[in-house]
Design a protein around this ligand. Structure first.
Ligand SMILES: Cc1cc2nc3c(=O)[nH]c(=O)nc-3n(C[C@H](O)[C@H](O)[C@H](O)COP(=O)(O)O)c2cc1C
Length: 201
């Protein structure tokens, strides 16, 4: 069993050196056939737990399963065809669910998704520090996930994630293998960064 595949991902056009974990993070599709030990999994969710949130409501929920468990197959069945080609090779699948009402008064929490995404960002950075990689996915069927696990109103399936150690891209189907070699790219900040004045619509 390989311990870890080393792939250095290029960030095309990186303008300033970043905190090394942020430079290291990317979203791979090839994962090693190596389980993640339960303590490490618990650490990932501990990182999410300490994310900030509006009114400290902590509106995120994570439903996870490890490969070999029945629930893992149920999660994998909710993925889009494209994501199902690679994501179930990861040892850990997670459904990210936002609780959309406030515990304090039952009213809608308009920061539910914002806070949930932030918890995922925490988890991703923690994962990277442990040589794990997170690939988030919007390609899944939310209604199927709801039915499969009995997720009721007030809880919104938001995304899914595959988590694991970097694998060998050569083991992916050809088209995915090619994409794995692409550099990471980003929009120019001039499209979204405004210093003191707003120049969009
Ligand atoms: C909410 C969300 C949904 C995504 N959905 C998918 C998906 O369904 N399939 C996929 O292969 N990648 C998906 N991605 C991964 C993005 O394509 C990826 O983060 C983006 O291209 C930037 O690449 P990087 O994460 O390697 O920097 C998703 C990412 C996010 C945050």
């Amino acid at each position: 069993m390989k311990d870890q595949v080393k792939i250095t991902k290029t960030k095309k056009g990186l303008r300033h050196p970043l905190q090394p974990l942020l430079e290291k993070r990317w979203s791979p599709r090839a994962f090693l056939d190596r389980p993640i030990d339960p303590d490490t999994i618990a650490t990932l969710f501990e990182a999410a737990r300490w994310a900030p949130s509006s009114y400290n409501e902590q509106p995120w929920c994570f439903l996870y399963a490890v490969r070999g468990e029945e629930a893992f197959d149920k999660l994998a069945d909710c993925l889009s065809d494209n994501n199902r080609r690679w994501a179930p090779q990861a040892p850990l699948l997670v459904a990210v669910i936002a609780k959309t009402f406030l515990d304090r008064n039952g009213k809608p929490n308009r920061f539910a998704w914002y806070d949930t995404g932030q918890a995922v960002a925490h988890l991703s950075v923690q994962a990277t520090s442990m040589d794990l990689y997170v690939h988030q996915m919007g390609g899944y069927e939310a209604d199927r996930l709801r039915d499969a696990f009995g997720i009721g109103q007030g809880y919104e399936p938001t995304a899914m994630m595959a988590v694991g150690y970097l694998g060998d891209p050569a083991e992916l189907p050809d088209d995915l293998h090619e994409r794995e070699a692409n550099p990471q790219v980003r929009r120019d900040p001039s499209e979204w960064l405004f210093h003191g004045s707003w120049t969009k619509g």
